[in-house]
Write a protein that binds this ligand. Structure first.
Ligand code: ARG
Length: 267
């Protein structure tokens, strides 16, 4: 009993010292270690700032002035596990990796596909979704498969893997031209008004675009097989590991699947 009392007393004294702005190391206090350690994970005072392009339903999109979707829920869940507060930074898709590199944001979480080229600039977490590129056309279009994209005008979101796929000659798509849009909905709009012949975009966002605008259809064929992961600065291995730990927990306990089920249409 006495021992307990003195431990408690020591604890109170230590808290007192910390409270008075003393120089006691944070690790010695009973309360601060977690938040201190968490705050040290990012350069942003207890926040987990995630850079995204919120025009990519169901992964990230606007509802009023709020960013919602699969990635938004993943950001919140990971932040909670790390003792941080998630804060979103909405930007052009091709600005996300540079923003991770310069530390403007802590992570890039944007339905972002792991690629060799991107790995030169950032680290990627373990993957959390399997995806692929799909084709959207107007109802009644003569484009029935990828082979029909030849000599057609194809719309993509600038800087995405869809852009790379149709633009890279090695893939043999051979379009007449590639129109690069700021986001998928802009490309879909252009398709509806016959300015372009097809849109190539990730599979699940393609389904949402078709759902949201009458007169468009998605072809069944998938052009690529891709994995989404979270981009982290090469200078922050500790954050990468912490994120992988949180993701693993979410995979193991079904949390990730529940988030996906909430937003993805049953096939
Ligand atoms: N998966 C594709 C890529 O990584 C497209 C991602 C677009 N994401 C977005 N939030 N707009 O290039």
């Amino acid at each position: 009993m006495k021992k307990l009392l003195s431990i408690a007393l020591a604890g109170i004294m230590m808290l007192g010292i910390v409270g008075c702005g003393g120089s006691a190391a944070p690790e010695e206090s009973a309360e601060t270690p977690d938040t201190e350690a968490a705050a040290a994970l990012t350069g942003t005072e207890g926040k987990l700032i995630w850079g995204t392009n919120a025009a990519f339903e169901p992964y990230e999109y606007m509802e009023g002035d709020e960013v919602i979707g699969i990635d938004a829920e993943i950001a919140d869940a990971i932040a909670a596990k790390l003792g941080l507060e998630a804060q979103v930074e909405n930007m052009d898709f091709d600005a996300i990796i540079p923003s991770v590199q310069t530390g403007k944001v802590d992570i890039g979480l944007a339905g972002m596909t792991v690629s060799e080229e991107r790995l030169n600039n950032v680290n990627f977490s373990d993957t959390y979704v399997e995806a692929g590129q799909a084709i959207i056309v107007k109802e009644g279009s003569d484009i029935k498969s990828a082979a029909d994209l030849k000599d057609k005008v194809i719309g993509v979101q600038r800087g995405t893997t869809g852009d790379e796929y149709v633009s890279d000659e090695a893939n043999g798509v051979a379009p007449a031209s590639v129109e690069r849009f700021a986001n998928g909905p802009d490309a879909a709009q252009s398709l509806l008004t016959d300015k372009i012949d097809a849109v190539v975009i990730d599979n699940e966002p393609a389904k949402k675009l078709v759902e949201n605008s009458e007169g468009l259809v998605k072809l069944d064929e998938n052009l690529t097989s891709e994995q989404y992961a979270i981009a982290v600065s090469k200078d922050n291995e500790a954050l990468l590991e912490a994120i992988n730990g949180a993701l693993k927990e979410m995979k193991d306990n079904g949390e990730l699947q529940a988030i996906l089920d909430k937003y993805l249409n049953a096939e």
